[in-house]
Design a binder for this molecule. Structure first.
Ligand code: 5GP
Ligand code: ZN
Length: 114
């Protein structure tokens, strides 16, 4: 997907502060952080939205959570707590159409989210 922002970050065509990388997953600091720690975790595979997850994607989707756990440990927020968010389509606030998990931490979170 040559016009996908997160594919371009994956491919090194757009710079990003990478905080975690494995064979299937990449994570980097959000350019417009909404918390002291705000990290975007993506599958390297281009999947536009949660609605597009297919049979066979279960492993990589699970690895997003595994990456979140590892990153939370690295950032020392595992015990204090952190929030994971996946927006799907416009009404939920999705603006980049390559599945991503937000990891937010470093401040108290309110519920329900806006
Ligand atoms: P969404 O609104 O789709 O759930 O989240 C997209 C996120 O990507 C936003 O939090 C936004 O700040 C972030 N973002 C947009 N463009 C860039 C960029 O060029 N680099 C990085 N690191 N994050 C970006
Ligand atoms: Zn993409």
């Amino acid at each position: 997907m040559t016009d996908c922002l997160f594919c371009k970050i994956r491919d090194g065509e757009i710079p990003a502060d990478i905080v975690f990388e494995s064979d299937d997953v990449l994570a980097f600091n959000d350019v417009n952080p909404q918390a002291p720690i705000h990290i975007i975790i993506i599958p390297k595979k281009h999947i536009p939205t949660i609605n597009d997850v297919e049979d066979g994607d279960e492993s990589v989707m699970g690895k997003l959570f595994s990456a979140a756990k590892i990153i939370a440990g690295q950032k020392a927020v595992s015990d204090d707590g952190y929030r994971l968010v996946v927006n799907c389509n416009e009404k939920a606030g999705q603006t980049v159409f390559h599945i991503h998990m937000h990891l937010l931490a470093g401040r108290a979170m309110i519920w329900p989210p806006g």
